[in-house]
Structures are given as structure tokens and as C-alpha cells.
Design a protein around this ligand. Structure first.
Ligand code: GLC
Length: 723
């Protein structure tokens, strides 16, 4: 695509102050569009005049090209200078063809798969008239009680960084004016996932050291990949809400990292400064946010009602307004909107692309690769010769498996497990019985008898359990991580009558599965797999596909262990006794172990992989040398499979406490039946760096260990020394 040479400086010179401020305001369909022209309530509440409304620069969450086109046409007619609107949306894991939630995407450990899914989403969204997505969300998280766990890639900085950068590259391509590419907005800066007690929007108090070591890397990786925009987070960070946090935005984001793109507030985050108690009124909040570098105000009264006045009063310079406006106009120019305000979108394209066979195939592959086989005593895969199958549980025939933040995806367009099994085994007798509800407060067991009878009479049982998709996502935190309602009671009764059974889970976060793990012969976690979830589950259960996912977040034994994460320091009193034995005067719980039920990096396969060796080409390195590591993995089974070879490092002694292990590299490899493969990694001095207590990013001479395997199950450990 030829780059636009539209003269935005000339345009700026023609704009009035109100037209400039309009470009810094983003309002949604409550305020603009055919359906709302006469609604005055929200406008009055926000203090926005009709005159200002006609001049806003961007909008969000319109759901079809037809809507977008109508709005853009109307706007362009009214706007004196014909400046096109920017259309933004949360295209988090698909636009209409929905692929697995990001927590599951991370479990694929396959950045190329993430790119394939993201390319698909970019094409569909752009055809639908979307110019910018509020993605990637790369909030580092350690507490599964937090609802937005589903939207992130979990507790490891490297996985979050790799998957976040992959999304930026895949959404933006080489040129965002290309109709198949859209711009990105990395969020939520910063440390939104550190909400105290895992309760959404709650206070975040974290040391600078921990922020830099775990919470910052993924945002920085996305900016290094070229993300166009940044969205600061709702939460206060060490006492100051991010949108007004000078250290975070001025010193780190703009100062240290040199970010000079658009900063957009989260939804009414500027207005929330009053609730936080650090702004007296909308005008103060607007001043605070604008002075701190917030360019666009999403959905608050701040800029609408006060920014012009602040300029007229001399509290904000028009020069600063011009700088912010030029960023917005530059993004519109880069997108080619001055030449084509529709960015190549059309209803024809949208209808041709959304849920087309090729896109459904991508969603299917993703749902298969993101699933994690948590447990298997050999029951799986089921034989395809089975003729009589009972599919039981609240998710047995549920299409509500697209997950939160599913954009334009519809439940009815998602394939349920029962539908998937019927598609795969059209001749089998399939009995479906929900048995009970998945709601936490619905405790009736009326459906048990039918479910247990179906299980008793079946050759195999698929027990579909989980948490409703609106129990995770924004605002949906949980204080209990068990299977809601009577699902465990149902599982106990069903599994008591038929041992040829497997549990299939639908969840937006790690759940507490300790009892299920004791009684279920096999457990396959689909998370929220999206449009092709049921087909993927069926193909995995009956061996048409081989599970390869690995959890990117620890599954606790008890919610009381939260926050629980693999890359934890040793403490001065690490527990030495067995998991189920309390050890007084050690870092230990009475009645519960310290370890996760399923630790970070865990996931089983139908293949039988063994790690034969881990070799270093030298056991000494200096700051300007490297160590080459070769891991040899064998597939002893009769099935080809994919294995995520993970490389962990431990710094044995440093000037600050170090994690007992840190993932420093991973590669997902195909290994044929009986095949042996070697996987090569390189250890560099930069991989050994950490933030010392003065927050200097340094490496220190000393001894290190490098291991293959996964958290809590490190193998083939070798030592080396940094001189
Ligand atoms: C929400 C979310 C943010 C999203 C925005 C626009 O409140 O916090 O992630 O991008 O509003 O929908």
C-alpha cells in the first residue's frame, strides 16, 4: 500500500480549538449513531454539547461494517473538515470466528499459532470496519481469583512477552494502511493483574523491583514490536492511579522506554480519579490526566466538559493540545483513512470472511493445540469403536464456550461437545444429560438420577464441567475456585458407576480440582475454546488429535494458596517435608501443601516423551560469551506428537533473592513415533540479568543451574558458571 502523504499539519492549522479537543474524545454508541440522536441523559451527565459530539475523533464497539459505514458517512458529512472517525474495539480472541481465550492461547506455547489466529482476527475485524483493537492485553498475573486471568497468558513474563509481541506483529503486519491489518493498543499499563486479593480494580502495591522483573517485560515487548497505542490501567499503583501516575507514564513509559504514540484512558478511568479520591472534580481529573500524557479520554466527562476551558484559562497550552491531536491525525494518516475512511472494509468482505471454513479450521486447530490434558490414567484416548456414549454435565451440550471478551462471536455459532462427538461419531448412540447447573447458587440435584442412569448404561462417559463464561473476564473475580454448584456431587455419583470416563473442563482461570483429580480417570481442560470447541474436544477425546498444551498458570490445590506461582523465591525456610506433611517453623501450611496441583508448564500427551539428555558446550561463560544447550527428547510411543521443550534457569546465589526457577526459553517441536529430536538453545548473559535491590538490571558472576522439564518437575539439571 502506498503510504498516505496527507498533510496533517496543514489540517491542524485549519482546526478550531473545539475541533482539536474533539479529536481527543472517544465516545461509544450511547452518544453517537442513529439510535441515540435524541437520548439526552448520557450527554447531559457527561456534559457534552451536541457541537462537541459532532467533532469527536474516535468511537468504540460498533459491531458491523454496516453500522460503521453509516456512522462514518454521517460524521464525514457533518464534520467541517471531513476528518474521519477512528473505530476501535476489543478484538481479544477473535472478531466473529472465536478462538481460545488468551490464557489458553498461551498454553499452546506456539507463537506461530497465535499469529495465525490473530491474522484471522485482523482480517475479519478490518472487513467489519475496525481500525484499532484494544489488544494485546498482557497483564502479568499470579492470582487466579482475578477474573481477567482469562485475558492474559499467565504467570510467566517470557510467555506473556512472546505471545504479546506475536499479536502486535500479526495484527499490524508491515503496514496498517493495508486493509488486512489493524492498529493495536497494548494494555493495561501497568500491573492491573496485581490487584490485591485478586479482586478486579483493587489496589496494587508492588515494589519497583518486582514490577520491572515480572510485570513490565510484556508491555515493553509489545512496544518493541511496534504497538501503536497504550492504555493505562484502572488501578492505583503504589498509591496513584495509572492514568495520573507520573512515574509510570512520564518516567518509565515515555522517559525510559521512549514511547511517543497515543495514550488512551481506559473506560472512564479519568472520571474514576474522583472515586479514587485524588481529583475533586471532572476538570481537575482532566487536567491531571492530560498533563500526565493521556491523549484520548475514553468515555469520561473530563475532556468533553473541561479541556477547552483549561486551554482558555491558560492551564493547558494549545501547543500541548496540538501535539496530542497530531498523534491522533498521524494514526489516521498511517491507516490511510484520509484516502479511504472505510479502511477497505465492506459488508461483502465481512460476510465472506467471518466463520468461513478456512477460519473455522484455524479456530479448530487452535482449540486442539490450546487444550491441556491435565490427567490421564490411560483412559484417553477413547476408542472410536465405542457405540454408546453418555455426555453428562452442564457443559455437555452447551454452546456457551466462547469465553468473555468474545467480540462479535455468538454462543449459537460455537460447537458444543455433544455436537462435536456426533460430528465425529455419527453412528454412535449418544445420551446427553446436564445433571445439574454450573451456577454457584443453584444447588438442585433433580437431574442427577437421569445423568447417573445414562452413565451406568454407557460404554464411555464424557463429564463436561466448568464455570460459566461470565464468571471470568472483567469485573468477575471469585473468592472460591471450585466447580460451582453441585458439579462435584454429580461427578462423584457419575464416576462411581462408570470408570471409563473423562472430565472435560470449560474455565476462564485455574480452578481448584483437587477432589476431581482424585476421582476422575482423566481430565482434559479446554478453557473457553471458542467457535470450534466441541469439535476440538471430540477429536482430542477420541485420539484424532493429540493434546500438546501446557498450563501457563499454576492450578492451586486450595484457593488459600493464592497467589501461587512457579517462579517464587526459596525463602529462608523452604519446606523440606513431603507435600502433605506440615512442617512447623518452615514456610508451610497446615493441611495443605505448598505446591500447585498442576504446576506451570504441566500438560500431558498421548505420546510418551522422555528427556534423554541435556548437554552444554561449556560450563563457563563470561559476559560476552554464550553457552549452547542441546536437549534430546525421545518419543517412545506409537503416536506422533508435539512437545513443548522448556528450559529453566536458577541463579544459585545473588545479591537479591532469586526465583527457584525461571523459564528462559521454550520451543514446541513435532516428534514422530519412535523418533528422537534434539532442541538447541543459547544462554546469553542477558538471560541471567535481574533487578538488584537498587533496581539496576545486572548479572552477577556465580553459579547457575539450567534444567529441562517443567515447574516442579525439573530434570537433567546441569551447572554452569558466569565468570
Ligand atoms: C474496559 C476494559 C478495557 C477495554 C475497554 C473498552 O473497561 O478495561 O480492557 O479495552 O473497556 O471496551
Amino acid at each position: 500500500m502506498a503510504k498516505s502523504n496527507f498533510d496533517i499539519n496543514k489540517l491542524l492549522s485549519q482546526m478550531t480549538l473545539e475541533e482539536k479537543v474533539g479529536q481527543l474524545i472517544q465516545l461509544n454508541s450511547m452518544f453517537i449513531g442513529e439510535t441515540t440522536a435524541d437520548i439526552t441523559g448520557p450527554k447531559e451527565q457527561l456534559g457534552v454539547s451536541d457541537s462537541m459530539l459532532a467533532k469527536i475523533g474516535s468511537t468504540l464497539n460498533f459491531h458491523s461494517f454496516a453500522e460503521v459505514k453509516a456512522l462514518q458517512d454521517g460524521h464525514m458529512e457533518k464534520d467541517r473538515l471531513g476528518i474521519p472517525l477512528l473505530f476501535m474495539m476489543d478484538v481479544i480472541h477473535g472478531y466473529r470466528t472465536i478462538f481460545p481465550i488468551p490464557l489458553a492461547l498461551g498454553a499452546s506455547f506456539d507463537p506461530e499459532l497465535v499469529k495465525d489466529c490473530t491474522r484471522m482476527a485482523a482480517k475479519e475485524a478490518s472487513a467489519g470496519g475496525i481500525h484499532v483493537t484494544f489488544t494485546p492485553m498482557v497483564d502479568y498475573v499470579r492470582d487466579a481469583r482475578w477474573g481477567r486471568v482469562m485475558e492474559t497468558c499467565g504467570e510467566d513474563p517470557l510467555v506473556n512477552s512472546v505471545m504479546g509481541a506475536a499479536q502486535v506483529e500479526a495484527f499490524q503486519g508491515d503496514d496498517i494502511s493495508d486493509p488486512e491489518n489493524i492498529a493495536t493498543c497494548v494494555k493495561h499499563f501497568a500491573a492491573y493483574g496485581g490487584a490485591e486479593a485478586g479482586r478486579d480494580y483493587n489496589t496494587v502495591e508492588l515494589s519497583e523491583r518486582l514490577l520491572r522483573e515480572c510485570y513490565f517485560p510484556a508491555y515493553k515487548a509489545c512496544l518493541d514490536a511496534g504497538a501503536n497505542m497504550v492504555m493505562p490501567s484502572f488501578n492505583s499503583l503504589n498509591g496513584v492511579p495509572s492514568i495520573a501516575n507520573k512515574w509510570l507514564i512520564q518516567d518509565v513509559l515515555k522517559g525510559e522506554w521512549g514511547f511517543d504514540g497515543i495514550i488512551i484512558s481506559d473506560y472512564n478511568a479519568i472520571g474514576e480519579l474522583l472515586k479514587h479520591g485524588i481529583a475533586q472534580n471532572a476538570k481537575d481529573a482532566a487536567l491531571m490526566a492530560f498533563e500526565n500524557g493521556c491523549d484520548i479520554d475514553m468515555m469520561s466527562a473530563g475532556y468533553c466538559s473541561s479541556l477547552c476551558q483549561l486551554v482558555e484559562e491558560g492551564k493547558v497550552s494549545e501547543k500541548k493540545i496540538d501535539e496530542a491531536v497530531l498523534k491522533v491525525l498521524e494514526l489516521k494518516r498511517e491507516l490511510g483513512l484520509f484516502e479511504d475512511p472505510y479502511h477497505g472494509g465492506s459488508t461483502e468482505k465481512e460476510e465472506a470472511l467471518c466463520l468461513c471454513p478456512e477460519h473455522r479450521a484455524i479456530a479448530l486447530r487452535a482449540a486442539e493445540e490450546c487444550a491441556v490434558l491435565l490427567k490421564n490414567n490411560g483412559t484417553l484416548p477413547f476408542s472410536k469403536d465405542i457405540k454408546n456414549i453418555a455426555i453428562i454435565g452442564p457443559f455437555a451440550d452447551s454452546n456457551a464456550i466462547k469465553g468473555f471478551w468474545a467480540c462479535n462471536g455468538l454462543d449459537k455459532e460455537c460447537v458444543s461437545v455433544a455436537e462435536g462427538v456426533k460430528n465425529l461419531l455419527p453412528d454412535a448412540k449418544i445420551t446427553v444429560a446436564a445433571g445439574c447447573s454450573a451456577e454457584w447458587n443453584v444447588c438442585d440435584k433433580d437431574g442427577f438420577a437421569e445423568a447417573v442412569e445414562a452413565a451406568r448404561n454407557a460404554d464411555a462417559v464424557i463429564l463436561c464441567l466448568g464455570e460459566p463464561q461470565n464468571y471470568s473476564g472483567e469485573g468477575n473475580s471469585r473468592a472460591d475456585l471450585g466447580l460451582p454448584g453441585e458439579q462435584m456431587a454429580l461427578a462423584r455419583e457419575v464416576l462411581a458407576v462408570n470408570k471409563n470416563a473423562a472430565a472435560v473442563l470449560f474455565n476462564g482461570r485455574p480452578l481448584v480440582l483437587t477432589e476431581l483429580d482424585e476421582i476422575a480417570p482423566a481430565i482434559l481442560d479446554m478453557f473457553f475454546p471458542g467457535s470450534e470447541g466441541g469439535n476440538a474436544a471430540a477429536r482430542l477425546l477420541f485420539g484424532e488429535a493429540n493434546p500438546s498444551g501446557k498450563v501457563t498458570m499454576s492450578f492451586p490445590k486450595s484457593v488459600g494458596q493464592c497467589p501461587i506461582y512457579y517462579n517464587h523465591p526459596s525463602t529462608g525456610r523452604p519446606k523440606a517435608r513431603p507435600e502433605n506433611v506440615h512442617q512447623p517453623y518452615a514456610s508451610s501450611y497446615i493441611g495443605c501443601g505448598n505446591k500447585a496441583l498442576y504446576p506451570f508448564g504441566h500438560g500431558l500427551s498421548y505420546s510418551d516423551f522422555s528427556y534423554e539428555s541435556l548437554e552444554l558446550d561449556t560450563d563457563r561463560m563470561s559476559a560476552d560469551s554464550e553457552i549452547n544447550v542441546r536437549v534430546t527428547v525421545k518419543n517412545n510411543g506409537d503416536r506422533a506428537g508435539k512437545e513443548v521443550v522448556q528450559l529453566y534457569m536458577r541463579d544459585l546465589c545473588a545479591s537479591a533473592v532469586r526465583p527457584v526457577q525461571s523459564l528462559i526459553a521454550f520451543k514446541k517441536v513435532d516428534i514422530g513415533a519412535g523418533e528422537t529430536v534434539t532442541v538447541d538453545f543459547t544462554i546469553t548473559e542477558e538471560m541471567l540479568r535481574f533487578y538488584n535491590f537498587r533496581c539496576e538490571f545486572i548479572s552477577e558472576p556465580g553459579d547457575f543451574e539450567v534444567s529441562a522439564g517443567y515447574a516442579d518437575n525439573l530434570i537433567l539439571t546441569k551447572k554452569f558458571t558466569l565468570e
